[in-house]
Structures are given as structure tokens and as C-alpha cells.
Design a protein around this ligand. Sequence first.
Ligand SMILES: NC(=O)c1ccc[n+]([C@@H]2O[C@H](COP(=O)([O-])OP(=O)(O)OC[C@H]3O[C@@H](n4cnc5c(N)ncnc54)[C@H](OP(=O)(O)O)[C@@H]3O)[C@@H](O)[C@H]2O)c1
Length: 300
Amino acid sequence: MTGPGAGTSFALGDLSVRRMGYGAMQLAGPGVFGPPRDPVAATAVLREAVAQGVNHIDTSDFYGPHVTNRLIREALHPYPQDVVIVTKVGAVRGADASWNPAQSPAELTQAVHDNLHNLGLDVLDVVNLRVMGGAHGPSEGSIAARWTALAELQQQGLIRHLGLSNVTAAQVEEARGIAPVVCVQNQYNLAHREDDALIDRLAEQGTAYVPFFPLGGFSPLQSSALSEVAARLEATPMQVALAWLLHRSPNILLIPGTSSVQHLRENLAASQLVLSDEALAQLDVIGAPESSEAQHSAPS
Ligand SMILES: NC(=O)c1ccc[n+]([C@@H]2O[C@H](COP(=O)([O-])OP(=O)(O)OC[C@H]3O[C@@H](n4cnc5c(N)ncnc54)[C@H](OP(=O)(O)O)[C@@H]3O)[C@@H](O)[C@H]2O)c1
């Protein structure tokens, strides 16, 4: 039997966060654009997360745009001392809700200042460079110029630590040669396991891996094996999906997104789930390349 140990913390440079965090993207309006349907409920989710011990909040100024950062500021500022806010730069939103690359040094600098302003901070805890890559994941290519621009802002004292998002293993190595990388945020979940080797390598280096779409994102995870394990544990499939990630590697930090206090509580409770070896073996099959389960449950 294995306990996921979610109460334990993990270092992001000289900062420390609990392994179960919260992703704020779902707080913006439909399509991550515009204001939330229910601003009072959005504020309640943020306050409940912190009340329950969450001290790792993931956001970006391009959610809304500006919406989630302003909600975080309204709900939580002045921030409790242990709360670490991780934001990301590298895109801007069009008037039609499109996501457009904004990766020149001038655009990255502007994004850092926008995040500082909207979050009400003098220094950002962690900034992820969100590389735009291909349609559904990373693509190879040098990120040196972009990363160097952020490293300069870090040296100016505007950013404490840097991370990467939507990147390949080669891009992580290239970045590490220029400035330390405290976390990598890529798409990964039970059914979407292209980063297995990268996770293991980052674990050896003591670097956090933060999966986005841990519950499948816009295409929620669905799998008969997942439902069977959940039923046996008297838990929900989403809780089992999160518990599996906590078990997968000690450097995995979770930021499940939700706009609902009920789902937030359910997700946080996943850290108490214990997965037997039998359950783990059953779940591991879901993401196996030859598995028809994987094909049916992989997010688009
Ligand atoms: N770096 C990147 O490129 C990138 C990309 C995407 C996301 N992110 C970050 O990663 C975080 C997590 O990703 P995500 O929010 O897109 O996807 P996710 O966490 O995989 O799933 C969120 C979806 O699951 C639903 N959900 C959450 N808890 C649930 C539960 N207990 N039962 C049933 N449904 C539940 C949510 O709906 P409800 O609101 O109804 O609960 C929402 O539709 C984001 O918040 C964001 O901070 C980063």
C-alpha cells in the first residue's frame, strides 16, 4: 500500500509549497475569457483554497486577460506569507479570445510588469516562460533569447525564480545552461504520459514537475479502469486521477483547476487516498501506448 504524502512540501528555489496546490484558470469566464459567471463564487474558491492549506496558486495575466490575477488580488491580498503565486508569460489574448504568442523581450517585460501590477506585488515569486510550441504540445527550437530576457528581469529583482511551460527536455537543458529552472509545467495526466522520462530526469535534479490538465482539462478524463478503482475506494474518478499523480513521482506538484468550492474540497481530499499496488497496476494501463483506454481518454 502506498500513501501519496501530499502534505509534504517541495522546494521551488528558496520557496516551499505543499504538493497539493490550485490552478486559477477556471475562474475566468467561458473560454478563459472575460469575467467569471459568478465573481462571489470565484472569490470563495480562492479563500477556501488558502483556508484549507493551499500555498501554491497557479495563474497568468492572460487568463481573462487580467481577470484571474485581479480576482486573486481582491480575494487574498495582502497575501499570507507562505503563499507562493506562480504566473506565466508568453502570450496575449486577442479581442476574439484568441491566444497569441508574445515572446519578444519587450513583450515579456511588459507581461512581467502587468503581472506585478495586477497581482499587487513588487516581486513575482515564480514566472514560467510559456513556450507556444505546436498545436497540442511543445516543439523543438531554441528558447535562449526569450529565457535570457527573463533571466535579466530576474537579475533586476522583479522575479524570484524562473520556470518553463510547454517545453521539451532539450529546451529544459538549454535553459538550465543560462539560468536555474525551478519548475516545468507541461501537459500530463493518467492518459497523457509523453513526459514520463522528463519527469524522472527532473526528479533526479530536484526540479518540480507541475502537470497542466491533471484532470484532462477541457476533455475530462474518462476511463472504465479509473471508474472501477474509484468505486472500490469509494472515491471519485477525479480524486483517483489526482492521487495517481501524487504517487507517480515525489517532484510532481498538483494545480487542479476548478470554479467550484465543492470540487475544490473534493480535489484536496484526494491527498488522503491510498492506492494499493493492484490499483496502481490497473491505473498504469490507462496511459500505455497500446491501450485503447488511452486512446479514448486522452484529451484533445
Ligand atoms: N501552462 C499551460 O499552458 C497551462 C495550460 C492549461 C492550464 N494550466 C494551469 O493548470 C491548471 C489546471 O488545468 P485546468 O484547470 O485547465 O484543467 P484540469 O485541472 O485538468 O481540469 C479542470 C476541469 O475539471 C473540472 N473539475 C475540477 N475538479 C473537478 C471535480 N472534482 N469533479 C469534476 N470536475 C472537476 C473543472 O470544472 P469545474 O470548474 O466545474 O470544477 C474544469 O472543467 C489551470 O487552472 C492553470 O492554472 C496551464
